[in-house]
Write a protein that binds this ligand. Sequence first.
Ligand SMILES: Nc1ncnc2c1ncn2[C@@H]1O[C@H](COP(=O)(O)OP(=O)(O)OP(=O)(O)O)[C@@H](O)[C@H]1O
Length: 251
Amino acid sequence: MSEALLQARNLSVAFGGLKAVQDVSLDVPQGSLTALVGPNGAGKTTLFALLSGFLKPDSGSVHFLGRNITGHAPHESARLGLTRTFQVVQPFGAQTVRQNIAVGAHLRLADRREALALAESVAVRVNLGAVLDKPAADLTVAGRKRLELARALATRPRLLLLDEVLAGLNPSEIEEMIPVVRNLVDEGVTVLMIEHVMRAVMSLAEQVWVLAQGCLIASGPPSEVTRDPGVVEAYLGHGAAARLAARGARG
Ligand SMILES: Nc1ncnc2c1ncn2[C@@H]1O[C@H](COP(=O)(O)OP(=O)(O)OP(=O)(O)O)[C@@H](O)[C@H]1O
C-alpha cells in the first residue's frame, strides 16, 4: 500500500464522563477509498471532527501530509487539502446551487467569477449541472447530498471525509451516487467515508475500520470484517455471533 496521507495516533476525547473516542489510531493511504463503520453512537462523527479540526482531542495526534495538524482550525486543514462533509446538510436555501458551491471554491479563489466557474465544473462532476441556477431550497434530499459533496469538492481536497452521503437516499439514488463517489478516487481524491449502507461499503471500500463504543475493534477488507464475530456482536448484541453460528449449523 502507498504511504499514509493521514495518520491518527492514539486519539481520545471525552464529553464529561462519556469516552466518545478512545485511543484510536489509523492510517489513510494516499489514493484509497476506505470506510469507517459502526453502530449508532459509536463515535464515528466525533472521530471525523477530531481528524478535521472541529474538535480538539484530549490526547493523541493527527498528521496530514506529514504535518502535525492536531488542534488546527478546520479552515487551516481545508487549506492543506483535508475537507469534511456533514451528515445534516444545511445549504443557504435562498442562494442558487452555483452560489452555494462557490462558497467552497472561495477557500482558494478570491475572484468571484473564478469561484463561480469552478462551481459549475464541480456541479457537473456530481450531476448537478442541470440545476445550477435553482435555489438550493428546491433540491430534493438526494440533490442536497450532492450539493454537500460539491461544496466540499470545490475546496479542491486531497482527502475528503464523507459523513453518510448516502443517508436518506432511496435504493436507486444510492445506485446513482456510488459511481459518483468512485469517480472521485479515480480523479485523485482520497476518500474516507462514514457509511451505514453496507452494500455501498462492500462495493466501494478497499478497507474498513469498525468503531464500537469509541474503540476501534476491527479493520481489514469489508468481506473479512463483516464476518468478524466481534463486529457481529457490536452490531447485534452480546452472544449474536454464537446464535448465528448455531442457527447456521442447524441449517
Ligand atoms: N458534543 C457532544 N456532547 C456530548 N456528547 C456528545 C457530543 N457529540 C457526540 N456525543 C456523544 O458521543 C457519542 C458518539 O457520538 P457520535 O455522533 O460520534 O457517534 P456516531 O458513531 O457518529 O453515531 P451515528 O451513527 O448515530 O451518527 C454518542 O454517545 C453521542 O451522544
